[in-house]
Structure formats: C-alpha cells, structure tokens
Design a protein around this ligand. Structure first.
Ligand code: HEC
Length: 125
C-alpha cells in the first residue's frame, strides 16, 4: 500500500488554531483518547488501546515533537487505522479541521496556552 503523508501543513500552530483543534478534539476524539485530567475508560479498554495523548505529556515518555509529527497525525485522522477502533475522519472533518486537531496532538506534550487548556478541561466559555 502506498502511504502518502502530505507535509505541507496549511494551518499555522498558534493559540487560535490550537483552540479550534481542542474543540474538535473534545467533540470527536476525547471519548477514546482522553483529556489531560482524565483517561478514557473506553480507550484504555479497546484492543489495541487508544493512546491517551495528554498522558504522554504527564509521563514525558515520548520525544519532543517535530513539525512532521503533525503530518503523521493528520494521516491517521484522515485514514483511520484498519481493524482497530480508530475511525477515518475523511468524511467527518474538513481537511483544515484535520490539520487543526493534528497540530494539537503534535504539541500535546508541551505546555499549552491557558485558553486551550480550558477547552480541554471542558470549561471554555
Ligand atoms: C472510537 C474510538 C476512537 C476515536 C473516537 C478516535 N480514535 Fe484515534 N485511535 C483509536 C485507537 C484504538 C487507536 C490505536 C490504533 C492502533 O493501535 O493501531 C487510535 C490511534 C490514533 C492515532 C495514532 C496514534 C499513534 O501514536 O500511533 C492518532 C493520531 C489518532 N488516533 C487520532 C485521533 C483523533 C485526532 C481523533 C478525533 C478526530 C480520534 N483519534 C478519534 C481510537 C479512537
């Protein structure tokens, strides 16, 4: 299978776009992938398990992110992972939305702006 990972990220990583990514994450992803404060009890019980992205932040067991990581995440969001619980969002999110949420994951181990943390805590205005 040919895997094409688009590298030209059209969405800059800044507070406003991360906030967009965080609200997409809350409505489409947190159910399986958890939020900074709480693991998903669904995601830790699928086989294979859904990575708890913000847990990596807590345990620091992953290397620092590179710009290319957003492109890899975008690929997973667009295509899903066959034979796992990870769905494809190709027909659910626009390409821009896929980049926004991929960018959020790419920086999920680094300190996030307060307004983004608020969205991920479910306490944004
Ligand atoms: C119904 C549960 C479910 C939902 C909803 C879901 N995922 Fe996943 N996701 C999974 C599972 C399970 C895996 C692990 C697949 C594997 O191990 O191959 C996964 C894997 C991934 C990966 C690969 C991670 C890695 O490091 O290997 C990415 C990226 C990802 N998901 C992003 C997202 C995003 C972004 C959303 C929301 C737009 C989302 N997922 C929604 C279950 C889900």
């Amino acid at each position: 299978m040919e895997v094409h990972i688009p590298r030209n990220n059209p969405v800059p990583i800044n507070e406003a776009t991360l906030r967009e990514g965080a609200s997409i994450y809350m409505s489409e992803c947190a159910f399986c992938h958890g939020v900074p404060a709480i693991e998903s009890q669904v995601g830790v019980n699928t086989f294979p398990k859904a990575p708890q992205f913000f847990r990596h932040h807590a345990t620091g067991n992953r290397p620092p992110d590179s710009a290319n990581r957003a492109a890899a995440y975008h690929w997973f969001v667009e295509n899903g992972v066959r034979l796992t619980a990870m769905p494809s969002f190709k027909h659910v999110l626009t390409d821009r939305e896929q980049w926004e949420v991929a960018n959020l994951l790419a920086v999920s181990e680094t300190p996030l702006p307060e307004s983004v943390k608020k969205v991920l805590a479910g306490s944004a205005d």
